[in-house]
Design a protein around this ligand. Structure first.
Ligand SMILES: NC(=O)c1ccc[n+]([C@@H]2O[C@H](COP(=O)([O-])OP(=O)(O)OC[C@H]3O[C@@H](n4cnc5c(N)ncnc54)[C@H](OP(=O)(O)O)[C@@H]3O)[C@@H](O)[C@H]2O)c1
Length: 398
């Protein structure tokens, strides 16, 4: 089915290439120029969040883009970090690769990485979606986010929303799901067909990425061991974890080293974990350690783009080689936006294999409280903001 979806998207893309020969650009035709949003005008703590009714209305600049009316937005630890300036150097470069604009041109910046909503307008080359389609997406951190009434995205980043979920539930999934998918499937080499009975360890399994990863791996038949705090044990077992190790009871490496070795480790914790975790892998079998906690953005923030990237490349290649000679693979995992991955995840959700884990829902006026909640940590799932209820409100926009 995944292949079928990819083919449909591929055909739509080919058709869009043909179409582009006739018309290069599409622009938004809507008369509106402003919308309500939560923005930041500088980096800092929670008091930099500002509500405005006058944020710029998103515009379709490329023919493959769509404007989505946001019904619900998901918050992630990354939003709290970005509010404080994390990743600013690299993300500014991705927004403006030729540094044509002045520094600070990213403001007013809209945060929010998950969206569930309805397509409001399609660029001229968009064939896969139509106005009023219900969709979900993970928004790349270099784009304006979902804490707003509308957001513009590439059609490749968007997917039809699961029918079995409300918008609030759907907004809990895309960012953590596409991150886990990218780490496990693209970087870790795991897929539905090769996962059965594989022994997989998730370090930090009770948070956003971990709760999704447990469910996806169980749906694909893996044996999943999880580390988390003791009070999350029941929660991760309900999601399907086969074996749970409490990190608050003492160093986890001791009980973990008594277990049969693993085929794959997904590390959501970082810090000192990589000093011992790779010893838990089966050597010379292709076993991989994939960490989502990497110094890439800190390096570019601290050293600038060129030196930061050089340091990053030197660090990762040294670690890869150091572990390769011991017969195990060391990898860094990254979020990657993917409508195709979300198409496959939608099918797992609608088949009842994956459920959304919403920890708390806030309304649009409570965005600062939602940030406080995420900042406190110890998440048992996702924090979601309901932006619009749809209905007449949406109909009036069309
Ligand atoms: N590289 C990328 O592109 C990328 C993308 C997304 C996320 N990430 C990173 O991936 C990590 C996980 O993201 P997330 O959204 O899942 O975060 P999250 O929702 O905050 O979850 C983190 C979980 O880790 C647990 N934890 C903390 N210390 C632990 C320890 N020593 N051992 C075991 N578990 C521990 C916490 O559980 P308890 O409450 O039980 O203590 C918490 O539930 C974060 O560091 C994030 O920055 C990276």
């Amino acid at each position: 089915m995944g292949l079928k979806m990819t083919c449909v998207r591929h055909l739509a893309f080919r058709s869009s290439l043909f179409h582009r020969q006739c018309r290069l650009f599409s622009t938004s035709s809507r008369a509106r120029t402003i919308m309500p949003a939560w923005v930041i005008d500088k980096y800092g703590s929670n008091d930099v969040l500002r509500f405005t009714k006058n944020a710029s209305f998103p515009v379709i600049n490329y023919p493959n883009e769509v404007i989505v009316k946001v019904f619900a937005a998901g918050l992630n630890p990354l939003d709290v970090s970005m509010r404080g300036g994390y990743g600013a150097a690299s993300l500014s470069m991705m927004r403006d690769p030729l540094s044509i604009k002045q520094s600070g041109s990213e403001f007013p910046l809209i945060l929010g990485r998950d969206v569930s909503g309805v397509i409001m307008e399609c660029g001229l080359d968009v064939k896969y979606f139509r106005e009023r389609d219900e969709v979900w997406a993970a928004i790349p951190p270099w784009k304006q986010g979902s804490l707003a009434e509308f957001v513009v995205l590439s059609g490749n980043e968007v997917s039809h929303k699961p029918k079995s979920l409300s918008h609030t539930e759907a907004a809990a999934i895309p960012y953590v799901a596409t991150t886990a998918w990218s780490a496990l499937v693209n970087t870790g080499g795991i897929k539905k067909d090769n996962c059965a009975k594989k022994r997989i360890l998730i370090l930090g399994g009770s948070g956003g990425v971990g709760t999704f990863a447990i469910q996806m791996l169980k749906a694909w038949g893996a044996h999943v061991t999880v580390t988390c705090s003791q009070n999350a044990e029941l929660f991760v077992r309900e999601l399907g974890a086969d074996h749970v190790v409490d990190y608050t009871a003492g160093p986890v490496e001791e009980p973990l080293s008594m277990l049969e070795k693993f085929d794959l480790i997904l590390d959501n914790v970082g810090g000192g974990t990589e000093h011992w975790a790779l010893d838990l892998l089966k050597p010379w079998t292709g076993a991989k350690y994939v960490t989502l906690v990497t110094p890439f953005l800190q390096n570019t923030d601290r050293l600038g783009i060129a030196d930061g990237m050089m340091k990053t490349a030197a660090t990762v290649s040294t670690k890869v080689i150091k572990h390769l000679v011991k017969g195990v693979h060391y990898r860094w995992g990254f979020f990657a936006p993917s409508g195709v991955a979300l198409d496959e995840i939608r099918e797992m959700v609608d088949a009842g294999q994956i459920r959304p884990v919403v920890e708390e829902t806030f309304n649009f006026s409570q965005v600062p409280q939602a940030f406080e909640k995420v900042e406190k940590g110890h998440a048992r799932g996702k924090t979601v903001v309901q932006i619009s209820k749809g209905g007449d409100d949406f109909a009036a926009q069309l």
